[in-house]
Ligand binder design. Sequence first.
Ligand code: ATP
Ligand code: MG
Length: 441
Amino acid sequence: MKRSFVCKSCGHVSPKWLGRCPECGTWESMVEDAQGPSHGHGLHGDTGSFKAIALSDVSSLDEGGRIEVGMDEVDRVLGGGLVPGGLVLLGGEPGIGKSTLLLQVLMRLEGKGERVLYVSGEESLSQLRLRADRLGRCGEGLFVASESDLERVLGLVNDLRPSVLAIDSVQTLSAPDIASAPGSVAQVRESTAWLMRTGKRLSLPVIIIGHVTKDGAIAGPRVLEHLVDTVLYFEGDRSYSFRILRSVKNRYGPTHEIGVFEMRETGLEEVPNPSRLFLGQQASAVPGSVIVPCMEGTRPILVEIQALVSPSYLAMPRRTVTGFDTNRLALLIAVAEKHLGVVLYDKDIFINVAGGIKISETASDLAIIAALVSSLQEQPVCLGTAFFGEVGLTGEVRPVGRADIRLNEVARLGLRRCVMPTVASQGIQVPEGWMSCRWIP
Ligand SMILES: Nc1ncnc2c1ncn2[C@@H]1O[C@H](COP(=O)(O)OP(=O)(O)OP(=O)(O)O)[C@@H](O)[C@H]1O
Ligand SMILES: [Mg+2]
């Protein structure tokens, strides 16, 4: 057998071991791949009875219908439900609640009359039962198996013919033909490929759980993410009880859509109104605290940005940021110094997005600058005011998309004022009871 080495992070194959992957630059990521690349010799282009057919003659997947889970937060992230034959990869850090979410999804599906199979290679059946008891009633259509042998799992699928299959986790599965240990690149890749083929053949939606590595990527090669139809990440801060389900790849739905949940003793509870969760309880206006309406997929969420600006006694003043991009902060500090005339180079600056959420939208630029100036001058911004707008290098405030949706969310949560770019406000309905005023510098 030909020996080859494969990179755990990007799947690059090399005939000899290398300390650093030449493809993605990761150190010590090459592991031995017992299988090695296959070379197709002697191809003659003989199709036999195999023919291509016109796409217009192929029946659409939507005719078979998506399988709605019945949890709005999950269905929205999936783009309307599970697709028959679709393979969903659910990744997340250890202990974040992946198994809990999966079991809850399966229990909902079972409640709607689906026949579901949950295969766990990590927990025993009685442990699964313990969790299920915590989460609610489990009906007769939810089948469980504690198994890690891929062949036996596929046999079980053929016997039981479930309408949804769930695997917890792909790292525990072992394919019989592969010599390497479960969880290795070759095993994970082979098991996923088999599950995908089985799912497509039986029009069976498959959900697999994948662990993430220290740097946040799903363990196993990157090819795993290319292989599956949908990649969801379940994330959250351990110190908070809320969890976010994020879609990073979806062949049959939108990406960057999120679902918000709260971890309770009785399981994960959907949070249909996340703004209340992330918004601090502001009784009085305090310097350095500003509210911004951010968009997460199609949904607006109000978040509180907190800034602390204090004199620095260090040669290199400190810039500590939680939940926001450090480089973007450096840019905004430079813009504020240049165009607002504030002095920040000798100040320590701390930025925190309250509630542990991460924001990556440029719409929060204006709010960050407002928070910085507010903290620097010890002047609170008016209570009940939100800010949004992108700030350019020349100091201009640029419009951002979905201004109307943001404004409505601000009004819905009882705020009474919003500072936004003038261009974005054109043609927008001002919420009831608000006064429209324009300030053109
Ligand atoms: N009785 C309880 N009350 C509240 N929260 C609980 C309770 N039991 C478990 N949890 C929560 O569930 C989490 C564990 O969930 P789960 O086992 O689904 O995580 P996981 O992502 O599947 O973990 P792993 O990677 O180890 O498989 C715990 O971290 C805790 O937050
Ligand atoms: Mg688990």
